[in-house]
Design a protein around this ligand. Structure first.
Ligand code: ADP
Ligand code: MG
Length: 355
């Protein structure tokens, strides 16, 4: 497993470290009394350079996409259905041929099926939406079949490690249908990690889970992947997935990259209405008599006794934590959403301000 493997043996601590921008632990080898360096890989660097892809159907699935992913980074790709997310992921995995541009993983050019006899790369793992577990195999055998090329002893050792990492030890002899959605998801992750990949690509991995489970599993899974220090690209159409786990989010629309930024940056300073809307509810208001509308998130508005703006309550919905109050006002063409502690009656007058 990463982090415990011996990658280099050095006699001077100053030597060779320049080659590894990695967490390192020094230890003395008991048998030889030689100073050893235990290195932890930080995943791989991915460079996508001007990549375009058109399918036979003349669909421009991906248009001139360029971005970099740092080692060990978790990037989330957000975009509506058909925006080219899966195509981009398959291109990075080497399962699709690009028409233009190049993809490099740790400076290695990723070739598509046209130039690669056996498409795909062992150091890149792709997790699909529907997990693709083998129904008639136990959890242990599902994982083991990924690493059939290892000796029986090595295979058992690796499977045991993965069962432990993904907290599946007590489920090892169960069949997929005997597992919960979350457990199946963890098996899929164990399978994805079996070959010790540097990059894990996930295509809408949570879409089959209900929302309560999803938040827990999402965090669990990212914790496992971060522990393994792999570079992760996760595709989603749900902003909550991206906001809570990603280091950076890339927003795609109609095959193009709209913006790539940290979750905070994207949430507070989206560069387009599309990106803004994708990251959660937003109101467009004409403040201070200006003709242009400014995007303001609901939590930046507050209903007060006496405020700068007035409106009429159009609808209130109970959300558990608070009420969603929709207000009609002359500062917006659409109803304005404000979070409120009180259940305000339809038709009542309210005043509000920007906080
Ligand atoms: P997303 O994952 O964001 O929903 P996709 O990458 O699957 O988007 O699809 C992008 C576009 O390419 C869509 O218009 C889709 O219909 C088209 N497309 C995807 N796969 C194929 C294919 N194998 N053959 C033809 N067109 C495809
Ligand atoms: Mg898709």
């Amino acid at each position: 497993m990463k982090g415990t493997e011996l990658y280099g043996r050095i006699f001077s601590p100053t030597l060779s470290l320049a080659f590894f921008t990695i967490d390192q632990t020094f230890a003395k080898d008991e048998k030889t009394n030689v100073l050893c360096v235990y290195l932890k890989y930080m995943g791989s660097v991915i460079n996508v350079r001007g990549v375009s892809k058109t399918y036979d159907t003349q669909v421009n699935a991906i248009r001139d996409i360029s971005f970099d992913v740092n080692e060990g980074e978790v990037i989330s790709i957000l975009g509506e259905s058909g925006s080219g997310k899966s195509t981009l992921l398959r291109l990075i995995a080497g399962l699709e041929d690009a028409d233009k541009g190049s993809i490099l993983i740790d400076d290695q050019i990723i070739k598509g099926p046209a130039d690669n006899l056996v498409p795909g790369y062992d150091f890149v793992s792709l997790v699909f939406q529907n997990f693709q577990l083998q129904r008639f195999k136990t959890v242990r055998d599902n994982i083991a079949s990924e690493i059939y090329f290892l000796s029986a002893e090595e295979r058992t050792e690796r499977v045991d490690q993965l069962l432990e990492l993904c907290r599946l030890v007590d489920k090892s002899e169960n069949f997929p249908h005997e597992l919960s959605g979350g457990q199946q998801q963890r098996v899929a992750i164990a399978i994805a990690l079996a070959k010790d990949p540097e990059v894990v690509l996930m295509d809408e991995p949570f879409s089959s889970l209900d929302s309560r489970l999803k938040a827990i599993i999402r965090q669990e899974m990212i914790d496992i992947l971060r522990e393994e220090r792999v570079t992760v690209i996760m595709v989603s159409h749900d902003h909550a997935d991206a906001l809570s786990v990603a280091d950076r989010i890339m927003v795609m629309r109609k095959g193009e990259m709209v913006q790539v930024a940290t979750p905070e940056e994207l949430y507070h300073f989206p560069k387009s209405e599309y990106a803004a809307d994708f990251l959660g509810p937003i109101n467009y208001l004409s403040l201070n008599g200006s003709s242009g509308a400014i995007g303001i998130r609901p939590e930046k508005l507050k209903i007060v006794k006496s405020g700068k703006y007035q409106g009429i309550v159009e609808k209130t919905t109970f959300q558990g934590m608070h009420y969603h109050t929709y207000i009609q006002s002359d500062i917006s063409n659409n109803s304005i959403l404000i979070y409120s502690e009180e259940n305000r009656k339809k038709g009542s007058k309210v005043e509000f301000e920007v906080i």
